[in-house]
Write a protein that binds this ligand. Structure first.
Ligand code: AMP
Length: 394
């Protein structure tokens, strides 16, 4: 069975064709910067590696081009549309409605639309990917895998905000949690790798969005993103934790509208606001050149992660392993080193030469004396989505 996994974002569509249950990747790629002059598509199979530009003005153009490549007699991997047996979609916000992977129907689409107000940067684009895929694969089952689902185990004590109860009971204002597909995937891999029966793990997902999860015996018990994907760690362009009074101050005293502030905190803050750069590679290059804004931004970033490590070790009353994952977590030895330094009190000791090694597989970067394992685990949300979609059929 072939499952096509689609992760449709604001300006990109990531896709992967995965044969199940063998988990063999038959094709993968990404269309980036859709609609801009720099729009480009990369498409890989085990015999071909294509980069294209042009004709990628909209998400519709982009997905259509992907499908025509899949079907291409030379470059393709399928003969006909019906060779794709299921399409699995990443959906960021499923609120309290979805604790599991779900077959998409009109009601599910309506819910995803409703939750767009809680994840305005993600849900509308996830839904657009679903609608396009329904059009391109009309008789194929479409499945939604929600980033929030893994966090449905977060207990009330961590789920509720200290605001009047009716906001929780009547308006479902609470911690939801995100990046669940990634946290679930890497924590399961860690538990397998370390052969742990009982486990206390902190998973640190550092990509464009960044979050941390406290995971006890495979279950999420607390998480740094909350009602929306905006709290906690410092992200590419999102501020993470701030004193919410700053919002009122900007509106009441600095002449900003509420929409301006929302935009500012989501799209112009974080590492971008601190340095002028969104991509950590540029910021690291700035550090090498002695750019003081970049140096301080890296320190603020690492400091915030450390604070969450301390707080999660304390709520779990112990710690077996921390996991670094996603674009930054997997690749930035600089940030990993800054985060793990001076944590010997917690039994965390990084091996600096192992930290510098580059590998695409799960690896341990702690010293042999470290009480806590430090793991770098490449996330694979696409495989996790395919696995969950496949399980739905079994
Ligand atoms: P993701 O959301 O997991 O795709 O992560 C994307 C982010 O990872 C980019 O915005 C970069 O900041 C970061 N990234 C990717 N490659 C590297 C690298 N080699 N070193 C440091 N950061 C990286």
């Amino acid at each position: 069975m072939n499952i096509l996994v689609i992760n449709s974002g604001s300006s990109s569509i990531k896709f992967q064709g995965i044969e199940m249950p063998s988990e063999k990747v038959i094709c993968k790629g990404i269309v980036e910067q859709i609609g801009s002059a720099n729009a480009r598509l990369s498409y890989n199979t085990n015999h071909i590696n294509i980069q294209e530009t042009g004709g990628l003005e909209t998400h519709k153009d982009s997905l259509q081009r992907v499908v025509s490549l899949l079907l291409d007699p030379e470059k393709g991997v399928i003969k006909q549309i019906s060779d794709i047996h299921m399409v699995g979609h990443r959906v960021v916000h499923g609120g309290n409605s979805f604790s599991k992977t779900t077959i998409i129907n009109a009601e599910v689409k309506e819910k995803i639309k409703q939750y767009a107000s809680l994840a305005p940067l993600h849900n509308p684009h996830n839904l657009q990917g679903i609608l396009l895929a329904e059009h391109l694969f009309p008789s194929v089952k479409q499945v939604a895998v929600f980033d929030t689902a893994f966090h449905q185990t977060i207990p009330l004590v961590a789920q509720k905000y200290a605001i009047p109860n009716m906001f929780f009971t009547e308006h479902q204002i609470q911690v939801y949690g995100f990046h669940g597909t990634s946290h679930k995937y890497v924590s399961e891999r860690a538990i397998d790798y370390l052969k742990l029966e009982k486990s206390k793990i902190i998973s640190i997902h550092l990509g464009n969005g960044c979050s941390m999860t406290a995971i006890v015996d495979g279950k999420s018990i607390d998480h740094s993103l909350g009602f929306t994907p905006s709290t906690g760690l410092i992200m590419g362009s999102r501020s993470g934790d701030i004193d919410h009074s700053i919002i009122f101050y900007m509106v009441n005293n600095l002449g900003y509208s509420v929409n301006d502030v929302e935009n500012l905190l989501n799209k112009e803050s974080g590492m971008l606001g601190l340095t002028g750069y969104n991509d950590l590679r540029d910021i690291q290059a700035g550090v090498e050149k002695g750019n003081t804004n970049c140096i301080l931004a890296m320190e603020i970033n690492a400091y915030r992660i450390k604070k969450y490590i301390g707080s999660y070790a304390s709520i779990m009353n112990g710690l077996d392993a921390i996991i670094f994952t996603a674009g930054i977590g997997e690749n930035s030895s600089m940030l990993r080193k800054m985060v793990c330094s001076n944590l010997d009190y917690l039994g965390i000791a990084i091996d600096h030469s192992k930290n510098e090694e580059v590998a695409k597989e799960i690896r341990e970067i702690n010293t042999s004396l470290s009480k806590v394992k430090i793991l770098v685990i490449p996330t694979n949300e696409e495989l996790e989505i395919a696995k969950q979609a496949y399980e739905l059929l079994e």
